[in-house]
Design a protein around this ligand. Structure first.
Ligand SMILES: N[C@@H](CCC(=O)N[C@@H](CS)C(=O)NCC(=O)O)C(=O)O
Length: 266
């Protein structure tokens, strides 16, 4: 069976989970522990980022390379269209989603959690002991704002990321006004990239991610609560309902049926 080395909360991993579900491929999730688990990933693949797909003895690194590999090895339900116009649009949109929504989405979410102590607490894994939950909840918002400067997420950077994301969502709503999918009548890699990379803007409402129930449907208030983007979030809900396997309907031990297996360190 295919194996996906991933973080449950990673947008690029979610993009690949959407691709695998669309193609109807079963896979087992291997949750990489940030830090120590990435050392093992480095030993296996020569780099430390997720997602990584393992197919037999082959490791495929990077969500875009995984999409191309899946089309080459599992050609049913192609992700990248054959005709030149749609192919060009699809590839361009995928790259843009990776670079714009992916990167700015992290900054915008950081801004949202630094302002909301309950959101912050609900992002912790369900197994976190109460004492740590209380500690995280108690950290004043100003401390998060200060920490954000250290990792390049100053208040100005967060504001500018949100402004850019607003334009991105406006563009997507315009494209979706008279078309069921981003490049036409069938979904492509562009749709799954945009949907997967946007999970941090608003976590999907349904039972798709192994995350605390409290964060479903939550996200960046400036985007989630703005009716101008309803078309986009309705499109994404539809795409999930059509193609993403819910946790409840997958067999334990396969694609998302249970808590992911953690990567083992010798
Ligand atoms: N270009 C990569 C980006 C992957 C990426 O940014 N992965 C993040 C998680 S969302 C990661 O592994 N971060 C950990 C690190 O950089 O150490 C892709 O498309 O797969």
């Amino acid at each position: 069976m295919l194996e996906l080395y991933q973080f449950e909360l990673s947008q690029y991993s979610e993009k690949v989970r959407l691709l695998l579900d669309y193609k109807g491929l079963d896979y087992r999730k291997i949750e990489v522990t940030p830090g120590i688990g990435q050392v093992e990933l480095f030993r296996l693949t020569g780099q430390k980022q997720v997602p990584v797909l393992k197919d037999g003895s082959k490791y495929i690194v990077d969500s875009t390379q995984i999409a191309k590999y899946l089309d080459a090895e599992y050609p049913d339900r192609p992700l990248i269209p054959a005709d030149s116009k749609r192919r060009g649009l699809c590839l361009m949109m995928e790259e843009w989603a990776d670079e714009s929504i992916g990167i700015k989405g992290r900054k915008a979410l950081f801004g949202a959690i630094s302002q909301d102590q309950y959101f912050r607490k609900s992002l912790l894994p369900t197994t976190t002991p109460d004492i740590f939950r209380t500690l995280v909840e108690g950290v004043p918002s100003d401390v998060f704002k200060f920490l954000g400067v250290g990792v390049g997420y100053s208040q100005e950077a967060i504001k500018s990321a949100i402004a850019d994301l607003k334009q991105d969502l406006e563009a997507l709503c315009l494209l979706l006004q008279d078309s069921p999918y981003l490049t036409g009548d069938e979904p492509t890699l562009a749709d799954f990239a945009v949907a997967g990379l946007s999970i941090l803007l608003k976590f999907p409402e349904g039972d798709y991610l192994d995350l605390p129930i409290g964060i479903r449907g939550k996200g960046v208030p400036e985007l989630v609560n703005n009716p101008d983007y309803d078309i986009f979030f309705a499109w994404r809900d539809r795409l999930y309902a059509q193609y993403r396997k819910s946790l409840a309907f997958t067999a334990p031990g396969s694609s998302g049926g249970s808590s992911p297996t953690s990567i083992q360190i010798d």
